[in-house]
Design a protein around this ligand. Structure first.
Ligand code: NA7
Length: 867
């Protein structure tokens, strides 16, 4: 039973919403012995399942999974009747839960919270309701759901229609009878797709107004899948545990089959199996790369389109129903029962609003650009102001009276999707920046509620009364959420995930797409690191361990995990020959990099024999001279060759439009310092002298390199300056080795765990140069005279032991009057920027590199050639 309020109208916590999240939050707060009041504007529990009563409304996650797991007894007592339960059954379930735990006594129904103000002196929230009550509470918790604020009709004349108007999101409790009526449905999202087949059964005439064709797969509803029930019977706890640590909140082994490389038969087999299974996470897991690779995505999309074409008899209607303007999955896909077949009925018609947009709703129907339609009823299935709508509408004002609406004017900003700075003790369950709508909501809800409950418990134990994220932690999380989205195809769609369905809503990717498992891990880490990134105050003290919980690019982290799982021996424990073999083996099967106009191999004379080179020419008019970039590969002077950096050279060539000439140089330990540097300088001299033959423009030559290759490139610039030639237009140094001092902080921070380790760097130096030579400018160019050197672009990666020496070189060059561009590879390691088409987040960094290369040369020439 709940603790009563000690002072009337004063509660420890107020919760808004009595759906899945609000009910469980109440349950957990009671367990902590807190006094709680829950408000809901509905007259019963249910949240979204109270309101969304339209015909055909069902969950789209199997009910074996779309269910609470916190109460094992409840699991025994309740049995779902179908694979995907109907809205009435889900509502019944929530009523059952509320009754079983006696939750209703703390819920005030038919009451909406109208405003909430943070009272700084009192350190309390002041809440007002539409019944004129004012309440105070320490913790204010929004359990308002992600899809609860219907989008207001944004169609001209919407108020004018004299017939019956229905919203799928606010369906009348007594239902609707369309018998004999002419009915319009506007919208073909999940609500439209679920309700249209049932409305068609009653209506005399049904016209569906479709703005965007949507992907939908058959739900194959029926009894709960036997294999799932069996798994639950055998080990319910293990099953639920697997769900909590899965990517989407439903146990599922993520596939490693790539759509782009799978054979036709494998593709077909995997797709058909997912189609038959009829589950969203299954169809989203046909290929590992379908969410990030357009070509792979298109394979799945086309197979779905084939199914639509075979289900719908009229070819024109079928084509209009085939989604073509967004990648599969980037808008919420739907599960249906006979949706596409409904269009074969003679009284059902599809109107494609892309061809004939609605001009206006009229008194008796709908007018499009081409036709006037008369209707008895219009059904709006037009969706929600998703994820932020209900929160912003709640009129919440935090410190200094700043409202959430004002703070989020350019898009939501949260820490972990749980809290937002400036709003102490204000929690959001499944808020923007958490997996929420991309996951099985019930799993995410339980995780959020459990986290909040544990947090309040910890605070209580420590005598802490307020909690709020820091600006740094929040900005870091916002960035991480966007970084996770940016490596996928999701932000390309006009979806409600992007806020694109509501006119004027800022476009940002709202949910966290990194996965339920990764998200849970981050939340747990935050809690276990003294609530990293939160400031907490109270009689127990004022504490804050500030920081960013995730600053590595998500795909870089995946690569590191993958490499760690391979269990390879550390390079520095191998002989040079074995290390070279290992490096070549790990490069096998990687993406080749972009197609170019021409790639040819050759040799040039070096100081001690021929040096192989590879010449990359961009596409476009052949024979046209272009600026020339002489490139040197990475590998610590020991490893690497023309093949090792081939995809990167292709990428540099394609992005810059210059001819790239990758030159091999003599390697240590066979030939030690200063051979590599001397070879590099000789190559630059030769390239300059032979620019015309190489397809270059005489006098327009830059040097470039990565890692040790950047070292010899930088040295070549110093040698060229000292020798009064050749003239070098610019130096691109990607994560360069420019000093032999291994004591800079980046060695401390990043010396272990990010592929290039301190131990490996020491191994490289030991192979390359005697300790006595390592301070020489030809080994450590940072120690040389830097005046009069060519303009530079230096890339420094956050998680690189060499980061600080790269930054130091940029500063020193700047101080010596050399124009420098320092490009930070945010969230990257020493190697990740170079991993073309593997680490997608490296692409923007390399786009900047391409721009820097172009800027080395007289603009008109190259800009024109690139375009
Ligand atoms: P959705 O998925 O947002 O679908 C709304 C539909 O309404 C969608 O087809 C929209 O087209 C269409 N729409 C919205 N506004 C208009 C206007 N002005 N004119 C024409 N058509 C319009 O909402 P649902 O309720 O179906 O589903 C929401 C989620 O609930 C669902 O994903 C499940 O997770 C449960 P658009 O695509 O914007 O062009």
């Amino acid at each position: 039973m709940n603790k009563p309020a000690s002072v009337p109208g004063h509660f420890d916590a107020v919760v808004v919403g009595a759906g899945f999240s609000g009910l469980y939050m109440l349950y957990r707060l009671r367990q902590l012995g807190l006094s709680v009041k829950v408000f809901d504007s509905a007259d019963d529990v249910g949240g979204t399942w109270y309101w969304n009563r339209y015909p055909g409304a069902r969950c789209d996650i199997p009910t074996t999974d779309y269910t609470y797991s916190f109460d094992p007894e409840l699991e025994k007592e309740w049995t779902w009747s179908e694979k995907y339960a109907t809205q009435p059954e889900i509502l019944e379930y929530l009523r059952f839960v509320a009754d079983r735990h006696g939750l209703r006594s703390d819920i005030e129904f038919s009451t909406a919270v109208t405003s909430a103000r943070w009272d700084e002196p009192e350190q309390r929230w002041r809440i007002t309701t539409d019944r004129g009550k004012e309440i105070r509470c320490r913790y204010y918790i929004m359990a308002t759901g992600c899809l609860s604020m219907p989008k207001s009709p944004d169609i001209e004349g919407a108020g004018r229609f004299a017939g019956q108007v229905y919203f799928t999101s606010r369906w009348p409790h007594e239902g609707a009878d369309f018998t004999g009526q002419r009915v319009a449905v506007i919208g073909t999202g999940s609500s439209g797709i679920q309700s249209i087949p049932l409305i068609a059964r009653q209506a005399r005439q049904l016209t569906v107004f479709q703005r965007t064709a949507n992907f939908s797969i058959p739900a194959h509803n029926g009894p709960a899948p036997a294999d799932r029930l069996e798994q639950l019977d055998v080990g319910r706890d293990a099953y639920r545990h697997a769900a909590r640590w899965s990517r989407g909140g439903v146990p599922l082994e993520p596939t490693d089959v790539l759509g782009i490389t799978a054979s036709e038969s494998v593709r077909r087999e995997r797709f058909e199996a997912a189609w038959e299974q009829g589950e969203l996470f299954g169809i989203l897991n046909v290929f590992a790369d379908q969410g990030v690779n357009p070509a792979s995505n298109d394979i799945v999309a086309e197979m779905i389109r084939e199914k639509i074409r075979s289900a719908v008899k009229d070819p024109e209607t079928a084509e209009a129903l085939c989604p073509k303007d967004h990648y599969f999955g980037t808008k919420r896909p739907c599960l249906d029962t006979g949706y596409f077949e409904t269009y074969n009925l003679p009284h059902v018609r599809l109107v494609d609003l892309r061809k004939q947009p609605i001009v206006s709703i009229t008194e008796d129907g709908i007018e499009t650009a081409d036709e006037s339609f008369g209707f008895d009823a219009i059904v709006y299935a037009t969706g929600f102001d998703a994820m932020t709508g209900a929160l912003v509408a709640a009129d919440v004002a935090g410190q200094d009276g700043l409202s959430l609406k004002e703070k989020w004017a350019a898009g939501p900003s949260t820490y972990l999707g749980l809290m937002t700075a400036g709003f102490p003790n204000f929690f959001m369950l499944t808020g923007p920046g958490s997996p929420s709508v991309l996951s099985n909501m019930t799993v995410s809800i339980e995780q959020h509620v459990d986290w909040v409950a544990r947090c309040l418990e910890d605070m209580c134990e420590e005598g802490l009364e307020t909690i709020e994220p820091t600006a740094l932690a929040e900005a870091g999380w916002d960035q991480h959420v966007q970084d996770c989205g940016a490596i996928t195809l999701y932000p390309t769609a006009n979806s409600w995930y992007m806020g694109a369905n509501v006119p004027g809503k800022p476009r940002v990717f709202l949910p966290y797409i990194g996965g339920v498992d990764a998200y849970r891990q981050a939340c747990d880490e935050v809690a276990s690191q003294d609530y990293l990134g939160f400031r907490m105050t109270g009689p127990g003290g004022d504490r804050c361990r500030d920081g960013v919980v995730r600053s590595m690019q998500p795909d870089v982290a995946m690569v590191l995990e993958f490499v760690a799982a391979l269990g390879l021996p550390p390079m520095e424990t191998l002989s040079a020959a074995d290390a070279r073999a290992l490096m070549a083996a790990t490069a096998e099967g990687r993406p080749p990099g972009p197609e170019l106009g021409e790639v040819t191999d050759g040799v040039i004379p070096g100081p001690a024999g021929d040096l192989p080179y590879r010449l990359y020419r961009p596409g476009g008019p052949s024979g046209r001279p272009r600026p020339l970039v002489v490139y040197f590969h990475g590998g610590g002077w020991v490893l690497g060759n023309l093949d090792s950096d081939d995809p990167l050279c292709r990428d540099l060539c394609a992005r810059s439009g210059a001819v790239v000439m990758s030159v091999n140089y003599r390697h240590a330990p066979e030939v030690r310092f200063p051979a590599a540097a001397l070879d590099a300088f000789a190559a630059v001299q030769w390239a300059d002298a032979n620019a015309t033959e190489l397809g270059g423009i005489p006098g327009q030559l830059a040097v470039a390199g990565w890692s040790a290759g950047a070292n010899v490139a930088a040295v070549a610039c110093q040698l060229a300056r000292d020798a009064a030639g050749p003239r070098i237009s610019g130096q691109l140094l990607i994560c360069p080795v420019v000093d032999s001092d291994m004591t800079r902080p980046s060695y401390e921070e990043n010396g272990d765990g990010y592929i290039l380790t301190t131990a490996l760097m020491r191994w490289f130096w030991d192979h390359y140069a005697d300790p006595a030579d390592r301070g020489e400018p030809r080994a450590a160019p940072l120690r040389g005279d830097l005046e009069g050197l060519p303009p530079a672009c230096i890339v420094a990666a956050d998680f690189d032991p060499l980061r600080d020496e790269g930054v130091a070189y940029a500063r020193a060059l700047g101080a010596a009057g050399v124009p420098v561009r320092l490009a930070r590879a945010r969230g990257h390691t020493h190697t990740s920027v170079t991993m073309v088409d593997v680490v997608i987040s490296g692409a923007p960094v390399r786009a900047g590199i391409g721009e820097a290369l172009r800027d080395f040369f007289p603009s008109a020439e190259l800009q024109e050639q690139v375009s």
